[in-house]
Every structure is written in structure tokens, then in C-alpha cells.
Write a protein that binds this ligand. Sequence first.
Ligand code: DX5
Ligand code: ZN
Length: 219
Amino acid sequence: METKIIAPSILAADFANLQRDVEMVNKSRAEWLHIDIMDGVFVPNISFGMPVLNAIQKHTDKFIDVHLMIVEPERYIEEFSKLGANMLTVHYEACTHLHRNLQAIKLHNMQAGVAINPHTNVELLRDTIQDIDMVCIMSVNPGFGGQHFIENTYAKIRQLKAIINEKDASTKIQIDGGITDKNAKDLITAGADVLVAGSFVFKSENPAQTIAELQSLVN
Ligand code: DX5
Ligand code: ZN
């Protein structure tokens, strides 16, 4: 079985000590670094933008997983590629031309991700699944860290996994929001490949150790 991935979300880091927190992730067993970009329009919160990603990117060799919670993401695909994003995830709900955006992301040498809000049915991805490198199932409403995990996520993972298998696609399944040591293992069992963890990692006493514990739980 392929290795399962833990992606700490920098949204929960201490922004006054960003270099310290990025270095913690560097030394940890996490393979990915999850970057939440929010525009205050698609979601009711503004996080940070390009200059912050540019600064982070200089201090890490981890796989950079950028989650765009913005309207009209197509306007910024080239720029995120220049900023070193390895995976660029756009929201299904923010794309009138999802397929075109997936093509543009790949043209700029990034992997293409699609995030879906809790209300969005996985069936809507049936016709594009072979073009999607990763589906991010939101297990909270996007916009904020530290929210409660939505239990219906398990059913969505199983439904999505069935579509992926049926279409013989190699799409990864990422789960984002409310991940803890209580649900990590069950999510993997249901079919998830990548778990994003913000508060559970950064608000813990020893974040690097928490990452290691999550890693051991899922592999
Ligand atoms: C929510 C973000 C998540 C968030 C997860 O809009 O997309 O990536 O950082 O944070 P926790 O793990 O605290 O729910
Ligand atoms: Zn996210």
C-alpha cells in the first residue's frame, strides 16, 4: 500500500514565528506543507497571500500543497507555479470552467487538485476524475481552522473511492479540517490518502511529536 501523507496546515502556525514553525515541519516526519490561501470573498476570512508563500517557500523542501479558497482562481495559476507550489487545489464551487483550470495547472507543471465543500456531492466529479490528481474533501466549512469534523465525510470518501476505482483513475483523496488522532486512522481505512492537520498539530505541546504520532497512526 502507498504511504499515507500528513500535511500540517501552516494556517495554525504562529505567524510571528513562521520560520521557526516551518523549520519544525522540515525536521518532522510530515511529507507535505499545506498552505491555505483565503480571499475574504469565497470564504468569510482572509488568511495570507503571495508574499507569505514566497517567504515560506524559501525555507522548505517539503512538497508545497496550496489550497486556494478564492474566487476566479484561474487568474493566479501562473503566479502560484512561480512561487513553487507543487499541488494547486482550486474549489469546485469557484470554477465555471473546472476542466480548463485543471489543464492550465498541469501546463504550469503543478499537480491539479479540486476541493469540494461539505455540501458538494462527489458525483459532480465523475466526468473530470481522470484529470484530477487529488480531490480535497472538506470535512469542515472552509474559512477557519479549529472547527469540528463533519461525520458525513466518511460516506463521501467511500463514494469518491468507488468513482476513482470505477474510472481506473489514480486520484488521491485528501481530507481537510478537524483532523485529530481520533479520526485519522478511520479516515485512512475509509480510503483517504492525505490528511491535513492544523490546530491538532500546532496547538499541541510538541508539534513534531504530534506529526510523528499521526504518521504512525496512518501507516
Ligand atoms: C480550512 C482550511 C484547513 C485548516 C485546517 O478552511 O482549509 O486547511 O487549516 O485546520 P484544522 O486542522 O484546525 O481544522
Ligand atoms: Zn486547507
